[in-house]
Structure formats: C-alpha cells, structure tokens
Ligand binder design. Structure first.
Ligand SMILES: *[C@@H]1O[C@H](CO)[C@@H](O)[C@H](O)[C@H]1NC(C)=O
Ligand SMILES: *[C@@H]1O[C@H](CO)[C@@H](O)[C@H](O)[C@H]1NC(C)=O
Length: 400
C-alpha cells in the first residue's frame, strides 16, 4: 500500500519541483496534452519535429465546444476572383515564393498535427503573453504592465473615418532566421485580419512566420497562425495549442519549420500567405505558397464579429521579450532604408472585398506605424505595373 502510494506520487513530486507546478496544475497540463495529442495513425519525424497523422474527422479542432456538430469542409466553395490573376503580369525576378511542406505526406484520411510537448504548455503559462500575437491596434495591448511587445507595420485606416469591410488579405513576405536569438526573445512577421467593432469581442486571425525558442525549443523560423474572438483574453491561441483550426492539408501542418531562409545581401526567400472568408460556408481559409496550397480553415462558428467581416488589416512584424533580456531583431534585423536584400520586404499586399475579389491594397490605405526607435516600417509604395510593397524591421536592442 505504501509502495503504491509512493510510486503514484513520485512522478508528480519530481515534476512539480522541476517546473514549480502544483499537483493540480500538473494534472491540468497532462489533461490538456492528452486532448491535444490525438492517437496517431502514423508518425512523421522531420529534423527533430514530431507530426502525428491523425484521423481528419477526429483532429483536435473538433474538441472545441462550438464545433461539436461541425461539418468538415475539404475545399473552399470558390476562390476569390483575381487571386491567381495579376501574378503572371506582375511577376518579377524579385519574387521567389517558397513551397512549404513536409517531405512526406500523411496517409489519406489523416492530417499532420505537430505534437505538443509538455514543456510547451508549461512555457506558455509564462512566456509572451502566453504566445498570443496581437496586432498593434489591439485596444488592450498595454493592459499588462509586464508586456514588452513592439510593432512595425502598415495598417488600414482607423474608423470613424473609414468604413470598409475586409473578407481576406494576402501578402508575400521575406523570411529570415535569427540563430543568435535568446530563449527569452520572440520575433514574428505576418499579417492580421481584425474586427474590433464590438470592443468586448475583438476578433483576429494572424498568419506569418515566427521564431520562438521558448515555445518551440529551437530557433527555427516556423509557419504560424492564430485566432481569437476576445483579443486573446480567454479564447484562441497560436498554431495547435488549442482546438479551433481545422487542418485539411496532408503535408503542411501549422508550426512546420521553414528552411532555407534569406541571407543578408544574398539570396532572398519569401513565403506567400492568403486568408479569405469562404462566401458560402463563411469559414476563414488559410492558403500558402505559390500554388496556394490549402492548409485548412477556421470555422465561422469560432468567431463573433469576424463571423461577418474584418474591419482592419495590419501587415508587418512584432517582437517581444520576457525577463532580463533585450528586444530581438525583427524582419531581417535591418531597417527599411537599407532596401532590397537587406531589409525585410513585404510585397503583393492584397485585400479581398465583399464581392470576393482580390485586389492590391491601395497605397493610400496602408499607413506605416512603429512604436519604437529599434524597428521601422517604411513607406507603402509601388506603381501601376509593379507590386505594392514596403520594408519593415530593425535590429532590436535595449532602448526600444
Ligand atoms: C522554482 O522556484 C524557485 C524558487 O522560487 C526558483 O528559484 C526557480 O528558478 C524556479 N524554477 C523554475 C523552473 O521556474
Ligand atoms: C553586398 O554584396 C555585394 C556583391 O556581392 C558586395 O559588393 C557588397 O559589398 C555587399 N554589401 C554589404 C553591405 O554587405
């Protein structure tokens, strides 16, 4: 009897002293892990990453209370008009959109889900506002005095001067790596679609790439995507840390490492990402790469205000640190004035309107904004026969 008691308690005791978790917290985390990591039909290991091929109909998304009776959608009812157009006319040698994907696909009927490790869930309790990437326009960005997050972005006009509804966005952004980044730093580039019509229900979707050693246990640049329907107060998360996103791609999981990356003054590599609301099912689709590969979607039922449309778009980067650290590099780690192949280029900045048409974001509708001397967003510029673009980022440092 005594022996059993010790054996049962020992693992808990060891873990709780190692991570300073109480027995209750440890139990909660174990429960969550079990829920997130579904039984694998096959496991794919790439580099050090583990991807479980799980039954597409039993993936973690369907544990979300709003998705109990969700009818899975395997492809969009239609694609936005103009999504594939202009590319031929406007393509230039500067555009090298990378394919992202596992070398091996999951078997038919299954989808890859990056396995969530216990360390990640523990790390999320303390790191980076629990790994929730808000746009700079978030109303409660500064509600937490301990936060040290900065942005360099272009954003669409603020209300009440601007009444326009967005049904999607896309962009082609440079991707870089930060091998020297510290475990206490976080850097990410991408874009947000937000609806803050109702301040109690600020909804956003964010997609891009991120370097997040604390969460990932390494310094790889990874595909990231997140959602919330209350500005991350109690709903939503990044990647597969909570139920919500429905994975349909058999070879492009959220959180996949992207390599190789661009080199300063050398070969530039970009990823093109697309998000749009399906005009029929109203689900928000996420596509990636030159072939517009379907990654998956956020069911409409997850949202309140975004269930209808977005009111604001924001494109660029964000950087953060915790504890005794300094701000990390953002973009390429170099300021916009350095220009092509040195600063991070964000181009083909597009939006999707209520008629499901994809079009270039007009130059007058992208205002640069940065809230720190350590990062800048350059002018949003372009011409009729070239893609619109801007540069963003900076080195980070102490006095940011
Ligand atoms: C656990 O708590 C002790 C004392 O509060 C602290 O020194 C230690 O760094 C903590 N360990 C971890 C892993 O957080
Ligand atoms: C960039 O590369 C060019 C050609 O390789 C070289 O001449 C130049 O000095 C480099 N500039 C910087 C800032 O590294």
């Amino acid at each position: 009897m005594v022996l059993i008691f010790v054996c049962l308690l020992l693992p808990c005791f060891v873990l709780s002293s190692e991570h300073n978790l109480t027995i209750d917290e440890d139990f909660e985390i174990e429960k969550q892990l079990k829920l997130l990591n579904k039984p694998a039909i096959k496991t794919i290991v790439e580099n050090e990453d583990i991807f479980d091929c799980v039954d597409i109909n039993k993936q973690p998304a369907f544990d979300h209370p709003s998705l109990k009776d969700h009818q899975i959608q395997l492809r969009p009812s239609s694609l936005p008009v103009g999504l594939f157009d202009n590319d031929m006319i406007k393509s230039s040698s500067r555009i090298k959109s990378m394919e992202v994907g596992l070398h091996e696909s999951c078997p038919s009927g299954t989808v890859p889900i990056k396995r969530v490790e216990k360390e990640q869930l523990i790390g999320m309790r303390s790191s980076f506002k629990q790994y929730k990437i808000r746009p700079s326009s978030s109303s409660n960005v500064n509600d937490d005095a301990s936060t040290t997050q900065r942005w360099a972005t272009i954003h669409t006009p603020y209300k009440p001067y601007h009444q326009f509804w967005y049904y999607g966005a896309s962009g082609l952004m440079g991707i870089y790596g930060f091998p020297g980044m510290q475990d206490t730093q976080f850097s990410s580039s991408g874009f947000w679609i937000a609806n803050d019509d109702d301040l109690g229900h600020i909804n956003h979707i964010v997609v891009g790439w991120a370097v997040d050693p604390k969460y990932n246990g390494d310094k790889n640049s990874r595909l990231m995507a997140g959602w919330t329907c209350d500005d991350f107060k109690s709903t939503g998360c990044m990647n597969n840390a909570c139920p919500g996103f429905v994975q349909v791609s058999k070879d492009t999981p959220l959180g996949i490492a992207i390599s190789p990356v661009s080199t300063y003054n050398g070969t530039q590599r970009d990823i093109e990402l697309f998000v749009f609301r399906d005009p029929t099912t109203l689900n928000w689709w996420f596509l990636c790469g030159p072939d517009k590969k379907l990654v998956g979607y956020w069911p409409n039922d997850l949202f309140t205000t975004l269930a209808q449309y977005g009111t604001r778009l924001e494109f660029g980067g964000t950087a953060e640190y915790i504890g005794n650290s300094v701000f990390p590099p953002m973009g390429s780690g170099h300021f916009p004035y350095e220009g092509y192949s040195k600063s991070c280029l964000f181009q083909k900045v597009k939006y999707i309107d209520g008629d499901s048409r994809s079009d270039d974001l007009p130059l007058l509708e992208g205002t640069p904004r940065s809230d720190s001397p350590c990062y800048k967003a350059g002018d949003f510029t372009g011409s009729d026969n070239a893609n619109n673009y801007f540069y963003f980022g900076g080195p980070g440092g102490i006095d940011c």
